[in-house]
Design a protein around this ligand. Structure first.
Ligand SMILES: Cc1cc2nc3c(=O)[nH]c(=O)nc-3n(C[C@H](O)[C@H](O)[C@H](O)COP(=O)(O)OP(=O)(O)OC[C@H]3O[C@@H](n4cnc5c(N)ncnc54)[C@H](O)[C@@H]3O)c2cc1C
Length: 403
């Protein structure tokens, strides 16, 4: 297990007006991450992606701890918090501090999926939301296809629903879908009568094939895979909202997801900062501590400032969402792009300041573990998923220059 180190966040970041209920959520998520995720993260990330390596115990524990209920109102059976998205962003930050795999599983299980259900009929919502919150069933959201990622226009999406009795048969292929190899159901973006629509698909039925998990640069603890739909049946009641609303629903889900992914970047960046500060204070060369060298002082002063800015952006986007904005732009796009970019940038410097120790994950001589190598690999993914950072900049630009 990695050695505990000081969290600089407590000394150098001052959150203003953070509700006490959110601080309670932070404490709960942090305790779980520190005591249950941190001890197993190395083993989890050292194993290649396999269905058998899915961290089912941790996923179940998050349900026991009530973490999946955090985004929801008490009427829905949720935690009923005043600022649920802010609280969920804080959970993402705390989980990603130790494991971005666990953070992204959390995001897909209750933030993306649950947000799709907020557009659904009461009956449809109530037939899935309790399973999401209890963790009894695993959810995923399938938007991307082999030939449609950033571009999810009706002309690009190839998954189609053909009428069959009181429902549809789905044909198409989805790609890179987090949780797919272990999921019970998926929210699938498809075309119904030529217009983009969102449906809920039971994955445990004939006509559904899920590929073996992809092998990735990092985040081995979370599984992505293709979902092949070859005549899978979807009852008419599983259409979310109405035909033609698929893009609006997807963008609504991704609004929550992008705030959450920005916050996961903040968590990873904070971990890189803390590990680097610890190393710089303890590593001595040329008769003094690395921390006394002004080049690195300035680099990490800059990183600390970027982290504070990224965290503020995420909290602001989350609060605007909590105050009722369906699409709180441009802050959501800014939070996603900036939070994830800050993580990737600091991870590169964290490796550099660790010297050779930044490039190894486990020292052969004595099994000492070093986490920055993993953070360097792990921080790349969030710059790509839930809308690439270029797409986020495009969205910000649209706010300035129009469509
Ligand atoms: C680890 C991981 C998990 C994922 N999980 C899911 C999931 O659970 N569900 C799901 O549906 N999808 C998921 N994805 C897919 C992800 O959302 C897509 O990979 C992403 O949206 C990019 O799409 P693409 O890969 O097709 O790249 P493309 O869309 O082909 O983009 C290629 C490049 O072009 C750039 N580009 C695109 N548009 C513009 C523009 N207008 N101007 C300039 N540059 C542009 C992009 O930024 C990118 O650099 C996941 C991906 C990964 C890597």
């Amino acid at each position: 297990m990695e050695q505990p180190i000081e969290r600089t966040q407590e000394r150098i970041y001052h959150g203003l007006n953070i509700p006490s209920e959110v601080e309670e959520v932070r404490a709960r998520a942090r305790h779980f991450a520190e005591h249950e995720v941190a001890p197993v993260v190395t083993a989890m990330e050292e194993s290649p992606e396999r269905v058998s390596s899915f961290p089912a115990d941790l996923v179940a524990r998050m349900a026991e701890l009530g973490l999946y209920r955090i985004p929801y109102s008490s009427e829905e059976g949720g935690a009923g918090l005043g600022t649920p998205m802010l609280a969920a962003a804080v959970v993402m930050e705390e989980l990603a501090y130790y494991s971005n795999s666990i953070a992204v599983i959390y995001d897909c299980q209750c933030l993306l999926s649950g947000r799709v259900l907020q557009y659904a009929s009461h009956e449809l919502k109530m037939s899935y939301l309790p399973h999401i919150m209890s963790g009894r069933k695993i959810a995923c959201v399938a938007i991307t296809e082999p030939d449609a990622g950033s571009d999810v226009s009706p002309a690009s999406i190839g998954t189609t629903a053909m009428p069959d009795g009181n429902g549809w048969r789905l044909r198409g292929r989805k790609r890179f879908i987090i949780n797919a190899p272990v999921a019970d159901f998926s929210f699938v973006l498809c075309t119904v009568d030529g217009s983009l629509s969102m449906v809920v698909v039971d994955l445990k039925q004939d006509g559904v094939y899920v590929s073996p998990p992809d092998r990735k640069l990092g985040m081995h603890g979370c599984l992505t895979a293709d979902i092949v739909l070859d005549g899978a049946y979807v009852p008419a009641t599983n259409l979310v909202w109405q035909a033609g609303k698929g893009l609006r629903i997807a963008l609504g889900a991704l609004t929550r997801g992008r705030i959450a992914v920005g916050a996961s970047g903040v968590g990873m960046a904070q971990r890189c900062l803390d590990l680097s500060v610890h190393h710089m204070k303890t590593r001595r060369l040329f008769g003094r501590a690395l921390a006394e060298m002004q080049h690195w002082q300035f680099r990490f002063a800059e990183h600390a400032t970027h982290i504070a800015m990224a965290r503020d952006l995420c909290y602001k986007a989350a609060l605007r969402h909590d105050y009722g904005e369906e699409f709180p732009e441009p802050e959501t796009a800014m939070a996603k792009f900036y939070g994830t970019q800050v993580a990737a940038d600091i991870a590169r410097d964290a490796v550099q300041v660790h010297g050779g120790y930044g490039f190894v994950s486990r020292l052969g001589a004595d099994d000492t573990l070093y986490a920055v190598e993993r953070l360097y690999r792990e921080s790349k993914g969030p710059e790509i998923y839930e809308g690439t950072n270029e797409v986020q900049k495009w969205m910000i630009a649209r706010q300035m220059f129009g469509r």
